[in-house]
Design a protein around this ligand. Structure first.
Ligand SMILES: [Cu+2]
Length: 506
């Protein structure tokens, strides 16, 4: 071969590599991604956004291994669970406000996983949403999440890969950020969940007719059909570990709902005061309620004071299906511990929006820069069966909320369907300002609002955390069937794709 021929072959090869590199670049991937990403000139990949390093903060490191575990719910029931570190809930994480947290995730399951840090304000690339903020972590692979634990409160973590299945199978745990000045009281976390143990989990595709037709009015008809077992901290009925307290002693009890159905937890009369909702302190004026309603994904903290000498019980509202499976005994040492299991009537029910927040995002109703009407509805779709829509579309075709940094965003959320939709926003807190067109006396700052059939809420948030963030129903069975949209910041884009070789499926 002469030099000319070798030269030509080299040039052709180099050109080929150039073209190949161009099509491999994140820019071109984002361009054919089916997720909304404002890829404009000079746009920044979310992976290049600034994030704060540890500096001289204390660094707290945790190792979480996603693995399959035979999990015993009680003496009669066990399930093949997917867990973080072999237990349900997964390894509890507890840090102090201001710590720098590092979590090494190792995936020993046969399917890809991620971790989402529910309710936490962190850099977009740490949010754990496959196809949007990272690629799903493949079997045998690892991924390290790191961020500053900024606001004290009750949070939780869970997989965001194929969430409807993976959270259902146990891939979740608590994440507590304690205040620097630690309160002295006892502090316990209770994660609520439900399982399909004695039955195959039914698919919403087969329930379409029933759901679309007339049905009972609590908005929970689908979950009632699907699940038969309720758990607290992975245990049911008599397997639930008692809480030990003396008469008059007070404990901080943190309730997290990791399941897809709403719970109502009843306490002895006069025993509780609500302290926080979704990690935000609330004004604790009310001592009169004895029941809290807690939506999927929501967190409510209460101060509970044991009323009597003998044992008493904190339990599920007996009007709810399988309520007898959730009874947390409260026992005292050296006392007569035969339990008074009677639960008083649910006359005074508190929820995540009962008390206003201590600290607001906006002191007055702000003037919005962006306004978005979010209509939540149900529908039937050829091939998909039952679907859950935002503005008549299912994800990824739902219209995004387009914002730029600094915008004040107003969202009116209306539920025109027949089922409850706990709507959760990633990476931001929002302020709930009105319900059904009526201003709320005491606005409340949250990351989840439970929108029941026929209800409308108006919320406001400040677009102050650049990235691509999910806004979705936390009944993950509804999210799986479409009820997801994205808060899409101008000037940034996601280099990741749904599907693809990593099977990214939020
Ligand atoms: Cu929903």
């Amino acid at each position: 071969m002469n030099r000319k021929v070798i030269g030509s072959i080299l040039i052709i090869l180099l050109l080929g590599i150039g073209v190949w590199l161009y099509f491999q670049s994140p820019f071109s991937e984002a361009a054919d991604s089916n997720l909304p990403s404002s890829v404009t000139q000079g746009a920044k990949s979310i992976t290049d956004l600034d994030s704060e390093g540890p500096g001289d903060r204390p660094v707290k490191t945790f190792n979480l291994t996603a693995e399959q575990t035979e999990w015993s719910i009680n003496e009669n029931k066990s399930v093949e669970a997917w867990t973080y570190n072999g237990k349900v809930p997964g390894e509890p994480i507890r840090v102090t406000e201001g710590d720098y947290v590092k979590v090494n995730l190792k995936n020993e399951l046969k399917v890809p996983v991620t971790i989402h840090w529910h309710g936490m304000i962190l850099p977009n690339q740490m949010d754990g949403v496959p196809g949007l903020t990272q690629d799903a972590v493949q079997p045998g692979e690892t991924f390290t999440y790191e961020f500053v634990a900024n606001d004290a409160g009750t949070y939780w973590y869970h997989s965001h890969q194929h969430s409807s299945k993976q959270v259902d199978k146990g891939l979740y745990g608590s994440f507590i950020i304690e205040e620097k000045e630690k309160a002295t009281e006892k502090d316990r976390t209770f994660i609520l969940d439900e399982w399909a143990v004695n039955q195959e989990k039914q698919s919403l595709s087969n329930m379409g007719g029933m759901m679309m037709g007339s049905m009972s009015g609590d908005g929970e008809a689908d979950t009632k059909q699907m699940y038969d077992t309720l758990t607290v901290n992975g245990k049911s009925g008599t397997a639930i570990e008692p809480l030990e307290l003396d008469k008059g002693e007070t404990a901080r009890l943190r309730f997290v709902n990791a399941g897809y159905q709403q719970h109502r937890i009843i306490f002895p009369k006069g025993s509780i005061k609500i302290l926080a909702a979704d990690g935000e302190d609330v004004k604790g004026q009310s001592n009169s309620l004895n029941t809290i309603e807690i939506a999927p994904g929501e967190r409510i903290d209460v101060a509970y004071t044991k009323q009597g000498e003998g044992a008493e019980v904190i339990g599920e509202d007996p009007n709810l299906q399988n309520a007898e499976q959730i009874k947390i005994p409260v026992v005292s040492e050296n006392a007569n511990n035969s339990i008074d299991e009677s639960l008083s009537a649910t006359t005074s029910i508190g929820s995540g929006i009962t008390n206003g927040s201590e600290d607001l995002l906006f002191d007055e109703v702000p003037q919005e820069d962006i306004s978005y009407q979010m209509d939540l509805s149900m529908g039937m779709n050829m091939g998909e069966g039952m679907v859950f829509q935002i503005n008549e579309e299912i994800f990824p075709d739902t219209p995004p909320i387009n914002v730029k940094e600094g915008d004040v965003v107003k969202v009116d959320i209306t539920n025109t369907g027949r089922l409850n939709h706990p709507m959760h926003l990633h990476g931001h807190h929002f302020q709930i300002q009105s319900k059904n067109g009526q201003a709320i006396d005491e606005p409340i700052v949250k990351d989840l609002v439970h929108v029941k059939p026929g209800e409308t809420y108006t919320i406001y948030f400040k677009a102050d955390n650049q990235g691509e963030w999910l806004f979705h129903c936390h009944d993950n069975n509804h999210a799986e069937r479409g009820m997801v949209t994205i808060v899409d910041y101008e000037g940034v884009y996601s280099p990741f794709k749904l599907g693809g070789e990593n099977n990214n499926n939020p």
